[in-house]
Ligand binder design. Structure first.
Ligand code: ZN
Length: 150
């Protein structure tokens, strides 16, 4: 029997899909050390993914700019001087990561930060960390702006 509209009708498949969704959305982790037990590398995976989602100057400039308020793709390309394909790819990534949300307005999508206060908190902490370390990371041969990994 075909699945109308892509809806999973098989109860077993449905339950499996639900279990995977729960695994994906309810897996809790903490970066902060609570002193009770060692956190495994696997448990820190979501935190590493979060930092990877932020580890691109293009995505950072988009997140920074969206702090001013919502924007269409065309507006972001104009205001940031980036190619539309670049902006669209970054927005798709940021949306998938849950950092950006969008709503339809006519035929265009309007993008905004999904959790602005939390994101600004991370950026403020990052700025304090950069200050406290004297921007040493910028000179790092691996991750610095002149390093090989961009
Ligand atoms: Zn703008």
């Amino acid at each position: 029997m075909p699945w109308p509209g892509g809806v999973v009708e098989d109860p077993v498949l449905g339950a499996l899909a639900c279990a995977f969704a729960n695994l994906r959305y309810h897996r809790r982790m903490t970066i902060l050390n609570d002193g009770e037990r060692a956190t495994s590398e696997v448990e820190l995976g979501a935190a590493a993914s979060l930092f990877r989602s932020l580890a691109d100057p293009g995505r950072l400039v988009i997140l920074q700019h969206l702090q001013q308020g919502e924007h269409r793709v065309r507006e972001l390309t104009e205001h940031l001087g980036l190619a539309q394909s670049t902006v669209s790819a970054h927005l798709a990534c940021l949306k998938g990561c849950g950092l950006v949300t969008s709503r339809a307005e006519g035929r265009a999508s309007v993008f905004s930060l999904s959790v602005p206060a939390e994101l600004v908190g991370v950026f403020q902490a990052a700025e304090r960390l950069l200050e406290a370390t004297g921007y040493a990371v910028d000179l790092c041969p691996v991750y610095g702006s002149t390093g090989t990994r961009k």
